[in-house]
Design a protein around this ligand. Structure first.
Ligand code: NAI
Ligand code: MG
Length: 358
């Protein structure tokens, strides 16, 4: 059976790691019907839109997509393409596993974490009022009238909405994830002592709904304390359940724990659609040089295969990553080697083709 999947190469190193990923996924023998679509700065050039309607339509039709990183031009009027994509497809859960890989020099060993990040609310929702605009002035006045809050006239404002319904679906997603994947524990990160009405809802909802999962252990930890404990003893943690912004930050922290952004895959999941993508960005500092590490996107591809029910192929890709890294002969510069993106892709594809004999 052909699995129709949309491939969005994206910007910067996106097309480079996408090409390598396609090589590896095709080597599994799974029949993937690739439909390539643009998004991001490159799409603005070719299609006149950062997120062309045709791209969204293709994802809605195929239901599954894998994407490279996207550069959102910084400036007025542009919302983040990623935020627009996650909200447009209601991809409310980001799943980002960070585990120690063989042959990768790191401070910690035996790290096996999964960040589950709420993807649609919080400060990341993008509700903002620019400094000095009439809307910002209106909002400042309202806040003064409502609660005596004094906000300086030269302030920009970003809002942080967190709802019971939004928290509930990600809490239940996380607890179901622990059950389905035989994990140990959920750690909820928050700052509910200060942000009582946003993080407070997140924590309260976790507390309430955890009652439906008596078999799943859970705890809550303040986000600042959690950061300190994570860098000290990441082995103490298992599944981290986080509101949007904390999830963004700690995803990169967890990537750092196990060898960097070039290694960490991700999935954005909703009730209807799933979009797989590495945690890293478009890495403008190394784009175009053919030296980006494709493993983060390759492992995103393996998560996609698992999602499509192609479990053996997903295992084969992960095994290939472990073996190639473990031999430490072929490494991209971020891991201290000299291999190119394509050389790494080819090594992984060959390892997949060799299969169990490898
Ligand atoms: P970044 O992740 O692109 O880069 C941070 C550092 O990690 C850079 O030194 C880069 O060279 C390195 N790096 C990242 N991926 C790598 C890889 N596969 N192999 C080797 N080294 C790698 O983050 P930054 O610089 O904050 O953002 C750059 C652009 O990416 C921005 O326009 C940002 O908006 C965008 N971005 C897009 C994301 C997405 O599409 N999902 C996620 C994060 C950022
Ligand atoms: Mg990020």
């Amino acid at each position: 059976m052909t699995h129709e999947v949309v491939l969005i190469p994206g910007d910067g190193i996106g097309p480079e790691v996408s090409a390598a990923t396609r090589l590896v996924l095709d080597a599994t023998g799974v029949d993937l019907g690739w439909e390539q679509r643009p998004a991001g700065a490159s799409a603005l050039e070719t299609d006149g839109a950062l997120l062309p309607e045709g791209t969204l339509e293709a994802v809605r039709r195929c239901r599954t997509a894998i994407k490279g990183p996207i550069t959102t031009p910084v400036g007025d009027g542009f919302r983040s393409v990623n935020v627009a994509l996650r909200q447009g497809l209601d991809l409310f859960a980001a799943v980002r596993p960070a585990r120690s890989l063989p042959g990768v020099p790191t401070r910690h060993h035996g790290v096996n974490l999964v960040v589950i990040r709420e993807n649609t609310e919080d400060l990341y929702r993008g509700i903002e009022f620019a400094r000095g605009t009439p809307d910002a002035t209106t909002l400042r006045r309202k806040l003064h009238d409502l609660g005596g809050f004094e906000i300086p006239g030269d302030a920009g404002i970003t809002l942080k909405p967190i709802s019971v319904s939004g928290a509930r679906r990600i809490v239940r997603f996380a607890f179901e994830y622990v059950r389905a994947n035989r994990r140990r524990k959920v750690t909820v990160g928050h700052k509910a002592n200060v942000m009582r009405y946003s993080d407070g809802i997140f924590l309260e909802t976790a507390r309430t709904d955890a009652g439906d999962y008596p078999d799943v252990a859970w705890e809550d930890v303040h986000i600042d304390t959690l950061s300190a404990r994570l860098v000290r003893s990441p082995q103490d943690f298992d599944v981290l359940l986080l509101p949007n912004l904390y999830g963004d930050i700690l995803s990169d922290l967890c990537a750092g724990l196990v060898g960097g952004l070039g290694l960490i895959p991700g999935a954005n999941i909703g009730w209807e659609y799933a979009v797989f993508e590495p945690v890293h960005g478009s890495a403008p500092d190394i784009a175009g040089q053919g030296i980006a590490n494709p493993i983060a996107m390759v492992l995103s591809g393996s998560m996609m295969l698992r999602h499509l029910g192609e479990l053996r192929a997903a295992d084969a890709v992960e095994r290939a990553v472990d073996r190639v890294l473990g031999r430490a002969e072929i490494r991209t510069p971020d891991l201290g080697g000299q291999a190119s993106t394509l050389e790494m892709g080819e090594a992984l594809a060959n390892e997949v083709l060799r299969g169990d004999a490898g």
